[in-house]
Ligand binder design. Structure first.
Ligand SMILES: [Zn+2]
Length: 97
């Protein structure tokens, strides 16, 4: 687990995991007929999970939606997982306030 990413420093890692969980559940559970989940419901759950991650993970300093920005510019994924400073406002979350 990335110990010093912007996600963990701002305590937003769970949002990524929750979104991924929705994406996986919505994509995999409908494969099993016994689950009773239709593809329509699965697709909705997957989309909601994805949208949740895009919209819920925000910079506590400037409000920039990191995954939304990264979906538009893939080069931003690296600072989200490796960096400690917001790509939008340059606020460094590794240094104590
Ligand atoms: Zn920011």
């Amino acid at each position: 687990m990335a110990a010093s990413s912007m996600l963990s420093l701002t305590s937003q890692y769970w949002k990524l995991l929750a979104g991924l969980a929705g994406l996986l559940v919505g994509s995999i559970v409908p494969l099993f007929a016994a689950s009773g989940m239709s593809w329509t419901v699965g697709t909705v759950i997957a989309c909601v999970g994805y949208a949740f991650t895009l919209l819920a993970v925000r910079c506590p300093s400037c409000g920039s939606r990191w995954f939304w920005q990264a979906s538009l510019d893939a080069s931003l994924y690296r600072p989200i997982f490796r960096g400690t400073a917001c790509p939008a406002c340059q606020h460094d979350f590794a240094t104590p306030r």
